[in-house]
Design a protein around this ligand. Structure first.
Ligand SMILES: Nc1ncnc2c1ncn2[C@@H]1O[C@H](COP(=O)(O)OP(=O)(O)O)[C@@H](O)[C@H]1O
Ligand SMILES: [Mg+2]
Length: 250
């Protein structure tokens, strides 16, 4: 069953220099419980798509259903059922982990007692208990990411959107985050919509990959499908064949 259906999604930014067609007619289906790797060169429209699907940015056109709610008619319904971890973290470095989690619970309309209980439960689940009273600014990058993911899980979302979750982490931190993402899906059946420009990450985590280029879907399939169809041996080769560009811009 599909948990996300997108039809003709479009977003144009109007600048003084002229229009920027960030997303131009995107069609997409994500199955319930799937880990979807959403790939594309820098500027392909990944973040813009994510911001639309998470109700943060109004589309210029098209339609979508996310977690059983119509994106345009019922954005509040969508918000209740999703978690979103933005590309640039939004933690207050001075705020203790517990307070971040409790505040998020309150935003999701939990009572103060329920919000504290949910904070403790999530901290235990994600191995954050010993850090609960530390300010987030005192944590390493990997642990801060983990707190951000915990914030995205407070409302037990059906879909967790992660925008480049391991950018800036060292290899150990990245591997730990991959384990966490797999565990969230395994334990709760959560659908994960993941953007990344690391092809190793996409390959190891994703059931299916969608490659976007210039604001539209350029290719989709399992990592094995893409390599078979567009040329391997690595996913990097397939990506180059699809987009004509290296995955990481320098
Ligand atoms: N707020 C904005 N105003 C104008 N242009 C934007 C804005 N956000 C994104 N863009 C442009 O839209 C295109 C897609 O950007 P983005 O979705 O961030 O790509 P990605 O996440 O794939 O790197 C880029 O050309 C970018 O410069
Ligand atoms: Mg981006």
């Amino acid at each position: 069953m599909a948990v996300i259906t997108v039809r003709g999604l479009t977003r144009t930014f109007t600048l003084k220099s002229g229009p920027v067609h960030a997303v131009r007619g995107l069609d997409l289906t994500v199955a319930d419980g799937e880990i979807l790797g959403f790939l594309g060169p820098n500027g392909a429209g990944k973040t813009t798509t994510l911001r639309m699907l998470t109700t943060l940015l109004p589309p210029s056109g098209g339609e979508a259903e996310v977690a059983g709610h119509d994106l345009l008619a019922d954005p509040a319904g969508v918000r209740r059922r999703i978690g979103y971890v933005a590309q640039s973290g939004g933690l207050d470095p001075a705020c203790p982990v517990r307070e971040e989690l409790v505040t998020q619970g309150r935003l999701h309309r939990l009572s103060p007692a329920d919000a504290r209980e949910r904070a403790a439960e999530l901290a235990a689940d994600l191995g954050l208990t010993e850090f609960l009273d530390r300010p987030t600014g005192a944590l390493s990058g990997g642990w801060r990411r983990r707190v951000e993911i915990a914030l995205g899980l407070v409302n037990r979302p059906a879909v967790l959107f992660l925008d480049e979750p391991t950018t800036g982490l060292d290899p150990g931190g990245r591997a730990e985050l991959w384990d966490l993402v797999r565990r969230v899906r395994a334990d709760h059946g959560t659908t994960v919509f993941l953007t990344t420009h690391y092809l190793d990450e996409a390959e190891t985590l994703s059931d299916r990959i969608v490659v976007v280029d210039a604001g539209a879907v350029a290719a989709e399939g399992t990592p094995a499908d893409l390599k078979a169809r567009y040329g391997g041996p690595t996913l990097q080769d397939a990506f180059l064949a699809i987009t004509g560009r290296a995955p990481v811009a320098v």
